[in-house]
Design a protein around this ligand. Structure first.
Ligand code: PEP
Ligand code: MG
Length: 325
């Protein structure tokens, strides 16, 4: 099987009709970029930068971050690298950032919330990203955005960083594209408002499922309730995609759902433009995309959308996947 997957590495990720579904990879550390390239992925769809901050006493400075981001950007060229800004808090704690303990960390000072409250830490990262963007095809993406105000606040800090870099005479890309993760239900529900101010969306299904069904993604006792095919999740995904397309921006999925070929027909049918998954599953997802027809996926997504339980929808997903691969 591995050999056959090797063969499709250099083929295009397109459906039978030739509809290109961008297939990119998720990474946590810069050294993983080699796996991304050998998997045949079209760049990095999600670079989880918080791993640079874990297990150390001091947070990484601008230079260290710049070196890391530059390395990934240069290796991935001409493909793009989507650098997600620090998503600390929740289940990810960092000694170096002195996070306070919270009763409900997943509802607490996490990701963009932490960054907006700690602008020095955030701006250090943004400057490093802006500089790396001068040397490769780099985009920036904010996690856990819950509404338009947070996006504007983050962008205001990004503008400050541009002024600072200009004053220092350092090379950077002032036209860097800014996108956001859609992983909080409030963001999904006002995706139309957010789409006017972002260049792209990436749906973080791991958190979107957790927050929309109110089920801790790491709690075994209620694991059965964590259902990617829950009608509420699909409704959110569908309306996010429609809002994005109405505003002429592209939308991807970078949660685990993107790498599970059971869901490929459903996600393509709902209209996603990009899927970002771990490098190890990229060839498998590409093969799935290639064996599907867009029209079949659309019909399937429309039909299944009428079903009333996650179980029924999952069953149908498995059936259509089995019929094709
Ligand atoms: C997600 O929530 O789906 C996601 C991709 O982000 P993370 O898993 O890093 O929270
Ligand atoms: Mg997330």
């Amino acid at each position: 099987v591995e050999e056959r997957l090797e063969l499709i590495r250099d083929t295009v990720s397109a459906t039978q009709e030739g509809r290109h579904i961008i297939l990119s990879a998720n990474i946590e550390l810069p050294e993983e970029v080699d796996d991304v390239i050998s998997s045949g992925a079209e760049g990095v769809g999600l670079y989880r930068t918080e791993f640079l901050y874990l297990n150390r006493e001091e947070p990484p400075d601008e230079e260290e971050q710049f070196e890391n981001y530059r390395l990934v950007a240069e290796r991935a060229k001409p493909h793009s690298v989507i650098i997600r800004t620090l998503d600390i808090g929740g289940d990810k704690l960092s000694e170096s950032l002195e996070l306070e303990e919270e009763e409900n960390p997943f509802l607490g000072c996490r990701a963009i919330r932490f960054c907006l409250q700690n602008p020095d830490i955030f701006k250090t990262q943004l400057r490093a990203i802006l500089r790396a963007a001068a040397l490769g095809n780099v985009r920036v993406m904010y996690p856990m955005i819950s509404g338009v105000s947070e996006l504007r606040q983050a962008n205001a800090l990004l503008e400050e960083c541009k002024v600072e870099l200009r004053e220092r005479g350092v090379e950077f890309n002032p036209d860097i594209e800014v996108g956001i993760m859609i992983e909080v239900p409030s963001a999904a529900l006002c995706a139309d408002l957010l789409a006017r101010e972002a260049k792209f969306f990436s749906i973080g299904t791991n958190d979107l499922i957790q927050y929309s069904i109110a089920v801790d993604r790491g709690n075994d006792k209620i694991a059965h309730l964590y259902e990617p095919t829950h009608p509420s999740v699909l409704r959110l995904i569908k309306s996010v995609i429609e809002a994005a397309h109405r505003n002429n921006i592209w939308v991807g999925v970078c949660g685990e759902m993107a790498g599970d070929i059971q869901y490929t027909p459903l996600l393509i049918g709902l209209g996603v433009d990009e899927l970002s998954a771990s490098s190890s599953v990229v060839p498998r997802v590409k093969k799935a995309v290639q064996s599907l027809s867009l029209a079949t996926c659309q019909t399937f997504a429309n039909e299944v959308f009428e079903a009333d339980t996650a179980e029924v929808i999952l069953k149908r997903c498995i059936e259509i996947a089995r019929a094709h691969y």
